[in-house]
Design a protein around this ligand. Structure first.
Ligand SMILES: [Zn+2]
Length: 258
């Protein structure tokens, strides 16, 4: 798969060749524009599609697992309205999951955050503010966001968090650097539900279950009634398929905490 580094090297080489060609009258100068356009398109796509591993590697599934297991992950909580219902549903199916929490939500709902841990689920870092412009933050700001969230996890849960789920699945060189400095493991997904969109329950469930197989990582959000309805159907489906829902560290044999 193409990475940011490889694309940059190829682009620079092509630009040098084209500039040299222009000086030597082999080709017109305008040929550099399609090259730059292709670089922009690839970089925009690579920054938005976590499965590409364009800026850095994320764990997006465990295709090598021999066990009949998948990992359900919930982003954006803890949410006082929906997280307790998600926890109750998981408990009734004896299912475990991973919650990638927003730092400010942890600080606002520390008891709910502790309940997630007490129920045996895994916790991960999902930035402090989950700002819509997170992808445009400079390195220091990104680092502060991730550090603050880890501090909240430590303060209210007593855990030294090692897992990071990029907000909106966006990656870039600043996020890469911050993840590296803090020694975090980036966790993506290979089954995106789009449960935060206007799609119907049926469509969302179908999207997840259509090609679902052992080792998959499913992305959901514990922030809506729709997700709750889909989750119940998904857990029933998993039961029928004899697939167990486990935490991400269990599925991918990772250390969730230091
Ligand atoms: Zn999110």
């Amino acid at each position: 798969m193409l990475t940011f580094k490889t694309v940059n090297i190829i682009t620079v080489l092509l630009l040098i060749i084209l500039l040299l060609g222009y000086v030597l009258n082999w080709n017109p100068l305008w040929l550099i524009f399609p090259i730059i356009t292709i670089w922009l398109i690839l970089t925009a796509l690579g920054s938005g599609l976590i499965g590409w591993n364009y800026h850095f590697k994320s764990v997006n599934s465990n295709p090598n697992t021999q066990k009949h297991q998948v990992a359900i992950t919930f982003d954006d909580g803890p949410n006082p309205e929906f997280t307790p219902q998600v926890l109750a549903l998981l408990k009734s199916f004896h299912a475990k999951a991973t919650f990638f929490c927003i730092g400010k939500n942890i600080d606002q709902h520390p008891d709910l955050f502790k309940t997630i841990i007490e129920d045996g689920h895994t916790i991960g870092n999902h930035t402090y503010s989950h700002s819509n412009t997170f992808g445009f933050f400079g390195f220091t700001k990104v680092l502060t966001e991730l550090q603050e969230t880890n501090q909240s996890i430590k303060k209210h849960g007593g855990l030294h968090c090692k897992l990071y789920r990029p907000a909106f699945g966006v990656t870039n060189p600043n996020i890469r650097k911050a993840v590296k400095v803090l020694g975090l493991t980036s966790i993506g997904w290979n089954q995106r539900s789009f449960d935060t969109t206007n799609l119907s329950d049926v469509t969302i469930l179908k999207r997840i279950t259509k090609n679902l197989k052992k080792g998959d990582i499913i992305l959901l959000h514990d922030s809506s009634a729709k997700t709750l309805r889909v989750l119940e159907q998904l857990l029933l489906f998993l039961q029928q398929q004899n697939l167990e829902s486990v935490t991400i560290d269990s599925l991918c044999q990772l250390e969730a905490y230091a």
